[in-house]
Design a protein around this ligand. Structure first.
Ligand SMILES: [Zn+2]
Length: 492
């Protein structure tokens, strides 16, 4: 791998078959947004791409949790022109096009993770950082123009970019980007839930997340063996699932999440979840066999040595540069993988299982037990026991109380510190005003989003006479966090 510098930007390149491919990568993704500004990076990407003339060579752009990437393939002069145009657009974004691009964004599925991984991340990190993967946010038409300006200034400059090329830098290559301050990536992302626990979510299938060292070859192989075993049993033997997938998510230096997720045939969600959990427990207890490890190492060797994986390897190196991680070349990684013993893989998996988060589709009832025999705790954000004394208390509308004993037990309480909502079963949700990350204004009502992903609706159809509660929310939550519900979405 070759390393050069053009206009102050690191350029990593290695020869690969086919026409020249370029990826201009910025260390800015959905994790750098807030619930209120969700979609800002995607808007920036769209605004920049909207300035390009019609091009007849391959080109694209994308935003994920960590990065924004502008990609093109073509003749050297086409690549040079594309990169210069993208840098030019990022330097002078057409902010007057925000409204049109908002419509385009609303039409596009801008998901940054599969649904199970998204929910697992929100379970781990809350409604912030990586946890934003599960949220839709206020909507593309509510992205504040100041957030677009601020994000471009903070992240889209020459000290937060890397260019990858599958050949030597072409003649005349320029990357004219402004100067800026390199973002500090040295602190790990704050974790809200260390695990282990499980929760119900509106997801198509079950999934688990394990927190650990993403560079640990033993944990990587253990997760691959688990996926392979699930493919053999859940899909091929029982025919319950189509896709056994998962993701790897970097969460700061040396730490991250590995997820293993499955979809499920309708009505079979609980069974698939049980098979996933049983497979994880068995792997933590017995470990993989020598043959299983050898099989996974063979597969990874094929992948690493495929000449088409050059772009992937360059991407890994670029990510390491942007986020300050270590990066080993493919041969070093393979050597480490080949040395992993079944016992090391078992131990790495068992240790990671202490951090497990399990997500299960809403209707599926699962009884999951930890390796030591205790039940896997169910997670609820209703962690408070009582309503505060002295708060203003609201009850559901009379018609609801007459109809349902559940409604007769529910309460909403408000004081100058925050909101409390008591569920019929007694659990109390609490969002302190200091931890509010967004307030959606829906006509006379409000929906209040807390940092730990707890959501309290302050809506007239749920609570009687809520005018005072709405006033309290509006008085306590700064204006920049309150927004009118998106015009692109039907009220729900
Ligand atoms: Zn809650």
């Amino acid at each position: 791998m070759n390393h050069e510098v053009v206009d102050g930007i690191p350029v990593l390149w290695a020869e690969a078959p086919g026409p020249l491919e370029a990826v201009l990568m910025f260390g800015c993704g959905a994790q750098d947004e807030t619930l209120r500004t969700l979609g800002t990076t995607h808007m920036i990407e769209h605004l920049a791409m909207s300035t390009l003339p019609r091009l007849h060579h391959d080109h694209n752009a994308s935003v994920d949790l960590l990065t924004t990437q502008f990609t093109c393939t073509g003749r050297p002069e086409q690549v040079t022109a594309f990169l210069a145009a993208v840098c030019g657009a990022l330097t002078a974004l057409p902010l007057d096009r925000i409204e049109q691009e908002a419509g385009v964004l609303a039409a596009e599925d801008g998901r940054v993770a599969d649904p199970m991984t998204g929910e697992l991340l929100s379970h781990r990190y809350g409604a912030q950082g990586l946890g934003l993967a599960a949220f839709r946010g206020p909507g593309a038409d509510r992205i504040p123009v100041e957030a677009v300006r601020g994000t471009v200034e903070r992240y889209f400059h020459r000290n937060n970019a890397v260019l990858l090329l599958t050949g030597p830098p072409p003649e005349g290559l320029r990357l004219p980007l402004p100067d800026g301050e390199r973002p500090d990536r040295s602190t790990p992302r704050p974790v809200l839930h260390t695990g282990p626990s499980w929760r119900h979510e509106d997801v198509p299938g079950p999934g688990i997340a394990l927190r650990g060292d993403l560079d640990d070859p033993a944990l990587l192989l253990a997760c691959k063996v688990l996926s392979e075993r699930l493919r053999a049993t859940v899909r091929h033997e029982h025919g319950l699932s189509y896709d056994v997938g998962g993701d790897t998510v970097h969460a700061g230096p040396g730490r991250g999440e590995r997820t293993v997720c499955l979809d499920a045939r309708e009505g079979q969600e609980a069974r698939v979840a049980e098979l996933l959990w049983a497979g994880a427990l068995r792997l933590a207890a017995e470990g993989p066999t020598d043959a299983e490890l050898a099989e996974e190492v063979t597969g990874l060797r094929e992948l690493f040595e495929d000449p088409r994986s050059v772009t992937h390897e360059l991407g890994e190196a670029a990510g390491a540069l942007l986020f300050g991680d270590e990066c080993q070349d493919a041969q070093t990684r393979l050597a480490a993988l080949a040395k992993v013993t079944p016992d090391q893989a078992r131990e790495a998996f068992a240790r990671a299982l202490e951090t497990v988060l399990l997500v299960v589709p809403c209707d599926a009832e699962v009884e999951a037990v930890l390796p030591d025999g205790r039940p896997l705790p169910a997670y609820s954000c209703a962690t408070v026991r009582d309503l505060p004394s002295g708060a203003a208390v609201f009850r559901p509308p009379l018609s609801a109380r007459l109809r349902s004993s559940q409604a007769r037990r529910a309460r909403l309480a408000v004081d100058d510190r925050g909101l409390w909502a008591r569920e019929p079963d007694g659990g109390v949700h609490h969002v302190p005003f200091a931890e509010v990350v967004g307030v959606e204004m829906r006509g006379p009502g409000r929906v209040v989003f807390g940092r730990d992903a707890c959501v309290i609706p302050v809506m007239p159809e749920l609570w009687a006479g809520i005018g005072a509660a709405v006033d309290a929310v509006d008085a306590a939550v700064p204006e920049h966090l309150r927004y009118a519900a998106s015009a692109f979405r039907p009220a729900d």
